[in-house]
Each structure stands twice: as structure tokens, then as C-alpha cells.
Ligand binder design. Structure first.
Ligand code: GAR
Length: 207
């Protein structure tokens, strides 16, 4: 298949979601190509995975303000995306709030994976928040990124049940497995243009 839908991933850490998506993108029958990994942290495990998979990487200093990105970094990243003709930006454990030039230029083309069923348990440690709250079901959400925190329209959710003898760690691992599936499902839907947004609802065709 000739693929013209180019994806960039932004990550800060381990990179398991990046790896799962990169593996799918390497398949002939998957309609997207993973062109670039951007990290804000030179220690990110995602870099080693990218090196093994021969995916281009960029380490961009986003500034020392925790959770924020300085304007220089958003400019640099936008230029990289333009050079690589990126169609979709996937945040995968990128621990900063994306605003400014990136959001202006890629509005509707940036998505994020969150380790809880939004709109519950937004922000950091979604798995722990859900576990401590005592929910019977949690899961993961892939959603468009808007100006809020974890507030954009929802593309895919996958549900995980909480067991009586669960721990936060065990639950997090089961959620992570579903994240890996959900992210590729969402990227496929977008790459194949099989959706329409109506208000907050993402209507998906041929599901
Ligand atoms: C994932 O669980 C992802 O949902 C979470 O960070 C982890 C990254 O893991 N993201 C957030 O909590 C963002 N609010 P990974 O580096 O192995 O993909």
C-alpha cells in the first residue's frame, strides 16, 4: 500500500505507546507511516526504541517550567513537522501541555491517549485516581487535543474492569495494554478519514 498519512509522536518517557504504534505503522496494511519521534527528555526510553526501529528522532529542550513548553520549542517542533509533512501528531505520555503554535497549526490533527475513561480522572495519574476512587470500571481514552486539559472530543475508549484483588500497578498494566490497541484504532480511523465531528461527538463510519 502506498501510504501518504504521516504521523509524529511526542513522548517524554518509557515509550510503550510509541512502540505499539510504530509496530503497526510498519505493517503494509496499516494506513499511516510513523515519520518522527519528538521527546523533551534526552533520557526518554522511547529514544532507544526509535533507534532500534530506525525512526527519526528529535530531542527538543522545552524549558524548565514543569508541564509547560517555551515558545522557542513549539516553533522548532512546528518546523520539524512541516519538514516531515506530518498529518497527525500523537501525544503518547508527553508530560507537557501543548499550546501555542503547535496547537494553532495542528488543531484537529493532534490526539492524546489518557489512562482513564474521560471525562473522569483528568490530569496526572489517571489510573491511580480511578483506583483510589473505587470505580468498578476504568480504561483508556484517545481524544483530540483542545485548549483544555484532557477535554477534547473522544475518538476511542476501551474499558477495563477493576478486580477485587487489584492493585494500582496491576490495573495500570491492563489499562496500558488497552492503550496500545486504542491508539492504533484511533490513528486508523483518522488516516482513513472515517469520521465526522458533530458538536462534541466524533461520529465514526464503518465501525
Ligand atoms: C501512558 O499510560 C499514557 O496514557 C500516560 O502516560 C503513559 C505513557 O506510557 N499519559 C498521561 O498520563 C497523559 N496525561 P508510555 O511512555 O509507555 O507510552
Amino acid at each position: 500500500m502506498y501510504k501518504t498519512f504521516n504521523v509524529a509522536v511526542m513522548a517524554s518517557g518509557r515509550g510503550s505507546n510509541f512502540e505499539a504504534l510504530a509496530k503497526n505503522c510498519a505493517r503494509d496494511d496499516f494506513p499511516a507511516t510513523l515519520k518522527l519521534l519528538v521527546v523533551d527528555n534526552p533520557e526518554a526510553g522511547a529514544l532507544n526504541i526509535a533507534e532500534k526501529m530506525k525512526i527519526e528522532t528529535a530531542v527538543v529542550d522545552c524549558g524548565s517550567r514543569k508541564g509547560a513548553m517555551n515558545p522557542e520549542s513549539t516553533g522548532i517542533i512546528c518546523n520539524l513537522f512541516q519538514d516531515k509533512e506530518i498529518n497527525l501528531v500523537c501525544l503518547a505520555g508527553f508530560m507537557r501541555i501543548v499550546r501555542g503554535e503547535i496547537l494553532d497549526k495542528y488543531q484537529g490533527r493532534i490526539i492524546n491517549v489518557h489512562p482513564a475513561l474521560l471525562p473522569s480522572f483528568k490530569g496526572l495519574d489517571g489510573q491511580k485516581q480511578a483506583f483510589d476512587y473505587g470505580v468498578r470500571f476504568s480504561g483508556c481514552t484517545v481524544h483530540f487535543v483542545d485548549r483544555g486539559i484532557d477535554t477534547g472530543p473522544i475518538i476511542v475508549q476501551r474499558v477495563v474492569s477493576v478486580k477485587q484483588n487489584d492493585s494500582e500497578e496491576k490495573l495500570s498494566l491492563r489499562i496500558l495494554k488497552e492503550e496500545h490497541i486504542a491508539y492504533s484504532q484511533a490513528v486508523r480511523i483518522l488516516a482513513e478519514s472515517r469520521f465526522e465531528i458533530s458538536g462534541r461527538r466524533v461520529i465514526i463510519y464503518d465501525e
